[in-house]
Design a binder for this molecule. Sequence first.
Ligand code: HEM
Length: 181
Amino acid sequence: MPRPSLFSFCFGPVGKWRVASMQAVVGPALPPAERLAVREGAFGDHAGLVLRGVTSNARYSKRSELDALAAKQEGLGRLGATCAALIPIRKSEAWWALAQDERRAIMEERSRHIAIGLEYLPGVARRLHHCRELGEAFDFLTWFEYPPEHAEAFDDLVRRLRATEEWAHVEHEVDIRLSRA
Ligand code: HEM
């Protein structure tokens, strides 16, 4: 596992990604923006909205799941992966009050998050950023890249995840879709 790395998602008039849509799934919306630049580092001087998150070690995945993911997943930055989704998520205080084993039971034994997600690899590439400890408005920034022909499958994936028990603990979620400018 590489060392944790801080990423800044900078909204504004410039950036490699053009914002195609921004939808508040639950909770308040974010201010509209034209472009998104994904940058490694803090970027405190950026004028527009900046969401920050840190990559980290896995919390819940078992060895067999990590091996299955590693065998199937592809990296970010693929030439044909011209679509992206940034989905910031905050979970409830009740979720964070649970013990690790209780959260794992909800997430995987009952909601099948990893099993469902695995079905969509390698089409969808992803990176999870944690931000609860940074004092940010969200707990996670989830980032996905996929080719346009996987857009429908990606919609299907988020629909399935949002119907799970895990998502009952999601109290703020914004679904931002992007295309490479
Ligand atoms: C966490 C896999 C899609 C949101 C995780 C983890 C795995 C995973 C393995 C657990 C990491 C750990 O052990 O700590 C996948 C795969 C996907 C996928 C293979 C297929 C592309 C999604 C989507 C969303 C999402 C579409 C949002 C709509 C999250 C969140 C977490 C997470 C918020 C953190 C949960 C927590 O720590 O409480 N995912 N996921 N995932 N995923 Fe996914």
